[in-house]
Design a protein around this ligand. Sequence first.
Ligand code: ADP
Length: 361
Amino acid sequence: MPRENDIARLMLPVLEALEDAAILLSANLEVIAANARALADFPGLEEGTSVSQAFGQKLLLEALCSVAAGQRRVETRQVELYEPFRRRLNVRAVGLPDTEESTSRPRAILLLLRDISEEERLARTRMAFIASASHELRTPVSAILGLVETLRGPARDDAAARERFLEMMHAQARRMTRLIDDMLSLSRIEAMRHEPPSDTVDLVLALRTVVRDLADKAREAGVKIETVFEEDRALVRGDAGQLEQIFRNLLENAITYGGSGGRVRLRLRRRRTRRGLPYFAVSVRDWGPGIEKKHIPHLTERFYRVDKQTSRNRGGTGLGLAIVKHLVQRHRGRLRIESKPGKGALFTVRLPASQERDRRA
Ligand code: ADP
């Protein structure tokens, strides 16, 4: 294949410079060359393989045939491949013109493949989030509009009703503010997901701050917060505000949903992974009603609530655990949720211990 060898030598550096998986095909649709990306993403792409063997995908072959026949110079399609796993690809076939002969058929064809599965998944998640966020915000807005109508009409001259309705409007407006704050907080955390925090934080201090902040709330709910800190210092790489937010959300949930048990336990321990790396495990345990198994995997999804009404009545937004999950991920940690109905709930966060030497040592 002297002509093919020539063109392969000429084109290979161009293929390697492309970000997409790029495959050069002869006019007979046989592989002449492929960049490293294509070889990694599509095993079995040897030189001389016919493209129908490599991709038995009808739309993709149609696009290639149309370009090979000289009907079109460029064809674009979105196709789905199922082997070796399911993925959606953006496919572009470009005919490279033949300079020597007076023919409309191309001399070779460049096939570009881009995996858009992740992009599409993100777009779907974003759409679903916007839909649920709008729905969540609409509830308090509708309530406020309804109350305004009542105040303008039937309750116009009723001073006692006016007070009551204003109080209800205030509560709904506060709920909207909480929702907006949580949504902004979540999008900020997501934006910095790939930047690990660089400060060194003492978890003991962060946990003490949270316990102090929630002391009134616990007292009002008749809940005793027990603290069991097995270390008097626990250094991790982290952002102090964000670490406090993780444990504030967990402790607040334990008081809100598990408060009927009368006590909540916050525990800090130092452990080692199987590979010997030190980490801290902070757990929040309550003795409330617990959570059914089927809900556990969904608790960290945005707006997921076991009981919508209870969460709303208690001022929940359904975003607390989603925020916790993202913050834990940013801190290279892990969140584990264990619970059985009637047996309370246990939320454990594992955070890698800072490798920085404890300066007191
Ligand atoms: P919310 O704003 O509704 O509290 P979260 O994301 O913090 O949102 O929690 C999601 C749901 O998980 C809650 O609505 C509640 O049903 C459940 N949940 C969280 N913590 C506990 C707990 N300690 N005990 C029982 N259920 C809990």
